[in-house]
Design a protein around this ligand. Sequence first.
Ligand code: SF4
Length: 352
Amino acid sequence: MNIEELLHREDYTHDDIVQLLNLSKEDEIQNLYKRADEVRKNYCGDEVHLRAVIEISNYCSQNCLYCRNREDNFSIKRYRLATAEIIELSKQISNLGIYTIILQSGLDSYFDTDMIAYLIYSIKQNANIAVTLSLGERRYDEYRAWKIAGADRYILKYTTSNPKHYELYHKNKSLSDRLNHLKFLKGLGFQVASGNIIGLPFQTMDDIANDILLAKEIDFDSAIFSPFIPSPFTPFQNKRGVDIDLTLKTIAVARIVLRNMHIPAPSSLCKIDTHGRIKGLESGANVVTPDFTPQMYKAPFTPNKLKKTELRDSSLIKSNLSLQIESIGRKIADNKGDSFKNQIDLNRYSYR
Ligand code: SF4
């Protein structure tokens, strides 16, 4: 099929998506990015939404084969932030004019139901900010308690739509369970974000196309497609990472297929290309997720003086992002960047 015609279709089959992901001529790839940028502008506008990530803990009781934070990785220094520190950091972020925080951790039972509920409630009392949780696959009663406490959004990746690969990457876990959790979260009224990891070992273009179609089928509020970058001291440490081209093509095709979902340019894009974040924003993305975790945790052996400069560093993160975003004619949103979807049909997401 003619590529121009394919780029302007109303609906996309699996084969259409594979054809777009396989584009290899430079002019066709550039047309794909241009079309994705147009669709982004039509459905999401020019605003770029900032979601400030605070990694509250890097402890995890799971052993996902690709993940640096897996329990069996004894090479990393583990940390947890204190609740008072998280609340203070959230206030600082809100004062910078950033209206979403993402509280992120591995599967860490130290942050139990009550502690997370307390955090959500306290943050919402002190700051005008949307609270997104990214705490892994937790119990259904915990999701419910955290929604009641005021949480707005939940991020839980399906990682792959291929059930066999899912079981390979995540020991003793199943894709169907993960999808039930996602549907339950939607049913509770969370704005839900999910997505894949591009370039994982054994993944094919067919898999990536199915990953995009799964996001469409479940109708997430936000779809996240992030690159696989091998981490040292993990079972996949010697596997080949994905290149920027396939990552950007996936984001662009996802935008064309998924239309009005938020789609981030993941921070990890900057690890595979110096200008990765901007390239992502020019290929269909409308969200960025800068990391506001205090540097003293990320670089545990750096002198304590870093602590005194945290706020200044946070301001710098924001002003640097502003400059980058304005350089491509876009602007940082001054709102929470809620879902573009209007109504959540609760009946559709009954589970069990
Ligand atoms: S649950 Fe999350 S943090 Fe833990 S090992 Fe898996 S991907 Fe990593």
